[in-house]
Design a protein around this ligand. Structure first.
Ligand code: NDP
Length: 446
């Protein structure tokens, strides 16, 4: 059977066995597509059902999370942890608290995480978890009780050498604090290496908060430099206004760009003269407010329910959530002059959008490579925990910068090696895959 037929047969089987999980299908389909050229060149990567094993999580946990709200009523949420692949190291990946969370979403994120973590060059496997709990509008006490209940089950499945969760949408410093507190109590030990994204005084790392956004900009700058361009003087759209978006905007402006728009799920602000990042931090991080509040305090226009991709710019950095940028948006961006798109979020561009970018000469960096700075710095936090050390901001930032630069070079080189120059999707998927695949082949059928 030729490679095309082999992959389609396998993909059809995966669809049947994982019905109702469209995001997982989308993530797998993109990777399998890139792998065709690898299997043609190196057929041994199909040995021992390697690809099938790679697409099947090592373990999937689903559990009940009961908790009591401030009115005394009992709420029941569902918790997930998908331990996808530990060939390169302990499972590593964030926890997402958002009402849209289901098994398919956690599986797509866990699957992507395998390749991303491999690309960082650090010894970490892939996993992801979360819950359909919505922290929005909940008091600190409610969030704490939810986190304690969630960790009461999760704690038996994680550990410094087993599985090391971190934050993601809806899980920031506050949630990691409550989760860590409950873990410490149940495990009866201060095992700082069990979670990353911790507070600085109890095992956290400098730069972890900034890492995903800064790393995204470092990698995008590398990509722009290969075309003799840079952020200096560029107009940039950053979707979202959470952790990734805020620090992407901050670093882009530090490098001389003007961030002309940011958003949340209700609408976007346009800021033609640049965004006041400190004010966004104040509104979102301190006040847990909405991006609409920005225009009450600074220059800008709020567009309720608006489409952020209609703003004119040179660079677009989608940093909110999956499938937020579709084929029509991609076309609109191109018509408005955007030449670079790099994904801060996981899979924010639909397959139609990615196809459009690639067919129309827009340089596109996929999330697996572009947003790997967060997990890379988490791995640096693990290194500091293991050696009971804490590094300076400058040193950690330098390490992050170096890692992002290496990722870009690796992805670029791999794309050329397979005659796909400039196709960073293929470059990231192939480079990420080969390292994990080699480890899996060496470790036998497990
Ligand atoms: P946050 O919770 O801090 O922020 C999420 C932002 O995205 C908010 O502005 C939120 O708006 C917006 N958003 C969320 N869901 C939707 C939706 N359905 N439609 C429109 N906007 C939405 O999350 P992060 O910044 O941590 O994560 C953002 C993305 O980056 C995710 O895809 C995540 O997986 C990815 N990522 C995060 C990493 C990290 O280190 N944090 C590492 C690598 C990737 P609102 O407040 O209105 O919901």
């Amino acid at each position: 059977m030729n490679v095309d037929a082999q992959i389609s047969e396998y993909y059809d089987r995966l669809l049947k066995r994982n019905a109702g999980e469209p995001e997982f299908h989308q993530a797998v389909s993109e990777v399998l597509d890139s792998l065709k050229i690898v299997l043609e060149k190196d057929p041994h990567y199909a040995d021992y059902s390697l690809v099938e094993r790679l697409c099947e999580p090592e373990r999937q946990l689903i559990f009940r999370v009961p908790w009591t709200d401030d009115k005394g009523e009992v709420n029941v949420n569902r918790g997930f942890r998908v331990q996808f692949n530990s060939a390169l190291g302990p499972y590593k990946g964030g926890l997402r608290f958002h009402p849209s969370v289901n098994l398919g979403i956690i599986k797509f994120l866990g699957f992507e995480q395998i390749f991303k973590n491999s690309l960082t060059g650090l010894p970490i496997g892939g996993g992801k978890g979360g819950s359909d709990f919505d922290p929005k509008g909940r008091t600190d006490a409610e969030v704490m009780r939810f986190c304690q209940s969630f960790m009461t089950e999760l704690h038996r499945h994680i550990g410094e050498y087993r599985d090391v969760p971190a934050g993601d949408i809806g899980v920031g410093g506050r949630e990691i604090g409550y989760l860590f507190g409950q873990y410490r109590r149940l495990a009866n030990q201060h095992e700082s290496g069990v979670l990353t994204g911790k507070g600085l005084s109890w095992g956290g790392s400098l730069v972890r908060t900034e890492a995903t956004g800064y790393g995204l900009v470092y990698l995008t700058e590398e990509m722009m430099n290969t075309h003799e361009e840079s952020f200096d003087g560029a107009k940039v759209i950053v979707s979202g206004s959470g952790n990734v978006a805020i620090y992407a905007a901050e670093k882009a402006q530090q490098l001389g760009a003007t961030v002309v728009a940011m958003s949340d799920s209700a609408g976007y602000i346009s800021t033609p003269n640049g965004v006041d990042v400190e004010l966004v931090k104040q509104i979102k991080e301190v006040g847990r407010g909405r991006i609409s509040e920005y225009v009450d305090q600074a220059e800008g226009t709020y567009h309720e329910g608006g489409n952020i991709w209609e703003v004119k710019a040179d660079v677009a950095l989608p940093c909110a959530t999956q499938n937020e940028l579709n084929g029509d948006h991609a076309k609109q961006l191109a018509e408005n002059g955007v030449r670079y798109v790099a994904e801060g979020a996981n899979m924010p561009s639909t397959p139609e959008a990615v196809h459009y970018f690639q067919e129309n000469g827009i340089h596109f960096a996929p999330g697996k490579a572009a947003n790997a700075g967060g997990v890379a710095t988490s791995a640096l936090e693990m290194q500091q925990n293991a050696t009971r050390d804490s590094w300076s901001f400058e040193y950690t930032d330098q390490r992050l910068h170096q890692i992002m630069s290496n990722i870009f070079k690796n992805v670029d080189r791999t794309a050329r090696e397979y005659n796909r120059e400039g196709d960073y999707v293929a470059g990231a998927n192939i480079a990420g895959f080969k390292k994990v695949a080699d480890a899996m082949l060496a470790q036998g059928v497990i």
